[in-house]
Design a protein around this ligand. Structure first.
Ligand code: SRM
Ligand code: SF4
Length: 572
């Protein structure tokens, strides 16, 4: 067989490549434009660079039309995303985030689908002191967005075994090791003085180089039987393998991703495929070499085809594996058996292996806010004041109050009761298994509502669940305001992706354990049609399902949506 010569796609580099190239390692003119007081916004080139510092310029879309009518510039504000490997934060870090959200943000915190905090509504003149206060609490926002490796996820549950702690340490290590090395962040936000002279390019970014990656890159580590981080949706997914109570290594899966564009067949969600196994001390090398393959062969002219999943498809899985092994200088071992039960969270109190307690709190779509009748933000602040353990943010947008001693459990329980916090048990199991992305009003790409609408839609679906006796049946349901897939909708047993205001494409049939994508069932439908479709399908599920059969499996067996022959990747 003639060995394929690897190359990146031809074509002129995209404008973002020019911006990165001219940026002097992500500096651009950010330092200067953040001082300008004429506009609350920043130029587009700097906004592109800003992402690598963990922030986006946005505008409040609820106010867009009105401001346009009044000939005012959009209501510019920044979103800021923290880097929080494995989602672990201390109570004092929680308190700082809580205070900053009130002082400089819109008074809320968003727990994201990648286990971290986002703040919205920060004005330009408050950005620098916000980042400085985050830094002072030993957190940062470096590489939380942008064409680099993003926040590294790992299974949240700290109770099942000591392996979880070990895996968390690996997630933290990978996140730190794969950070950009440029001092741009320190200079722009933390007033670090620029070192004289200009070091050689390779010294500045030995792994990334001056152009960084063609696109964002995502890594997550799952500890079976929990797939709470949706390991197959990642560019690089690692599955912890435990034998005789010891972590012996990781199955390595590559080329997953959720995003697509409506009606564009050249873009699609895809599940990562397992290519082998490596030991714990090999994962740094594996991650680094996979990233350099994407750096060298990813598409730098078409950003919509630039994710690693497209590089893998273009070059072929086997070729990428071969290239990886060439770069490693050794071969991956054969993948080991593993089993996932689900991709959800386990709510309420559980006792961990070391005798400490952990409480998973249900947070609807990750939004921490106070309302007249539910003081969630205040409650978590009061808990953080007395809590001595950790907060663990989950990839399902919930939070675990973790590592609670038996003595402290009583106090935390009192606060849980005083503020009426919930583990979700009085809700339908479907609501507990729901996720929605931010969408309107802050996301510039949203075509429809998600976070603000899904709870209301579920109120109506709950009526159907009550009629059909399915209230306690766990069915994953996900909604996004566009097909970019931020709430990993391709892996919802039921999913909706925004098409236009009030209109969604409806998808059915993902696997309950996150191992099979769903398929488009109806296009561009509104609430009435969604509910009438669900009434028929859920009624059939209630009557015709086999014992223990999950909803996603049922819709395929019943022929409501068709699976492809390999059954793994059948997103329309
Ligand atoms: Fe996302 C872009 C929010 C997880 C795929 N995502 C965005 C932006 C920044 C919009 C933009 O580019 O202007 C959104 C900001 C909205 C806002 O107002 O806050 C946004 N993404 C989110 C969050 C906050 C959703 C949430 O409600 O939790 C999640 C933050 C994660 C984090 O902490 O890092 C979030 N985004 C995801 C995920 C899920 C995951 O990573 O596990 C995905 C699908 C997985 C994947 O990447 O394939 C995801 N976001 C995208 C995409 C499509 C990327 C693609 O190449 O296919 C975009 C658009 C883009 O990059 O051009 C995007
Ligand atoms: Fe915005 Fe679309 Fe992501 Fe939702 S899925 S946050 S609408 S980019």
């Amino acid at each position: 067989m003639v060995k394929q010569k690897l190359k990146a796609p031809d074509g002129a580099p995209s404008d973002v490549e020019r911006i990165k190239r001219e940026s002097n390692f992500l500096r651009g003119t950010l330092r200067e434009v953040m001082l300008d007081r004429i506009s609350a916004g920043i130029p587009d080139d700097d906004n592109r660079l800003m992402k690598h510092h963990g922030s986006y310029l946005q505008d409040d879309r609820d106010l867009r039309n009105e401001r346009q009518k009044q000939k005012l510039e959009p209501a510019y504000q920044f979103m800021l995303r923290v880097r929080l490997p494995g989602g672990v934060a201390t109570p004092s870090q929680w308190l700082v985030m809580d205070e900053l959200a009130d002082k400089n943000g819109n008074g809320t915190l968003k727990l994201t689908t990648r286990q971290t905090f986002q703040m919205h509504g920060i004005l330009k003149w408050n950005m620098k002191n916000t980042i400085q206060e985050i830094h002072a609490t030993l957190l940062d926002t470096i590489a939380a967005c942008g064409d680099v490796n993003r926040n590294v996820l790992c299974t949240s549950n700290p109770y099942q075994s000591e392996i979880h702690m070990e895996v968390y340490e690996w997630a933290k290590h990978l996140s730190n090791y794969l950070l950009p090395r440029t001092r741009a962040y320190h200079e722009v936000w933390l007033d670090e003085e620029k070192v004289a002279g200009s070091p050689e390019v390779d010294d500045v970014e030995p792994m990334y180089g001056p152009l960084y990656l063609p696109r964002k890159f995502k890594i997550a580590i799952a500890v079976p039987p929990s797939n709470d981080i949706d390991v197959f949706s990642q560019d690089l997914g690692l599955i912890a393998i435990v034998e005789d109570g010891k972590l012996i290594g990781f199955n390595v899966a590559i080329g997953g991703g959720m995003g697509s564009s409506h009606g564009d067949k050249e873009t699609y969600p895809q599940l990562a495929k397992i290519i082998g196994f490596c030991t714990p001390d090999q994962i740094q090398d594996v991650a680094e070499k996979v990233i350099t393959i994407q750096r060298d062969y990813g598409n730098r002219s078409e950003r919509k085809n630039a994710r690693f999943k497209y590089t893998v498809d273009r070059l072929g899985l086997e070729t990428v594996k071969e290239e990886l092994e060439n770069r490693l200088g050794w071969s991956l071992a054969e993948a080991k058996p593993y089993h996932f039960d689900d991709n959800g969270d386990r709510y309420g109190w559980v006792k961990g292996v070391q005798g400490k307690w952990h409480y998973t709190l249900f947070i609807q779509n990750g939004r921490i806010a106070d309302s007249d009748d539910y003081k969630l933000k205040t409650a978590l602040r009061e808990i953080a004041k007395v809590h001595k353990g950790e907060f663990r943010l989950t990839a399902n947008q919930n939070v675990i109050i973790a590592d609670v001693s038996s003595q402290k459990k009583k106090k935390i329980n009192e606060l849980i009761e005083q503020f009426g916090l919930t583990d979700g048990s009085h809700y339908s199991a479907l609501r507990r298994s729901s996720m929605a992305c931010v969408a309107l009003p802050t996301c510039g790409l949203a075509m429809a509502e998600a976070e603000r609408y899904l709870p209301k839609l579920i109120d109506k679906i709950d009526d159907i669940l009550d009629e059909t006796g399915l209230r306690d049946k766990e069915i994953t349901i996900r909604m996004t305001g566009c097909p970019n897939g931020c709430a990993r909708p391709g892996l919802g047993e039921i999913a909706f992706m925004g098409k236009a205001v009030g209109k969604y494409n409806m998808y059915l049939g993902a696997a309950f354990d996150g191992s099979r994508l769903n398929k488009m069932y109806r296009e561009n439908i509104g609430e009435e049609e969604i509910l009438s479709e669900l009434r028929v399908i859920l009624s059939r599920y209630a009557k015709e399902r086999e014992q223990e059969e999950h909803f996603g499996d049922f819709v395929i067996r019943a022929g409501i949506v068709q699976a492809t022959t390999d059954g793994t990747n059948f997103h329309a």
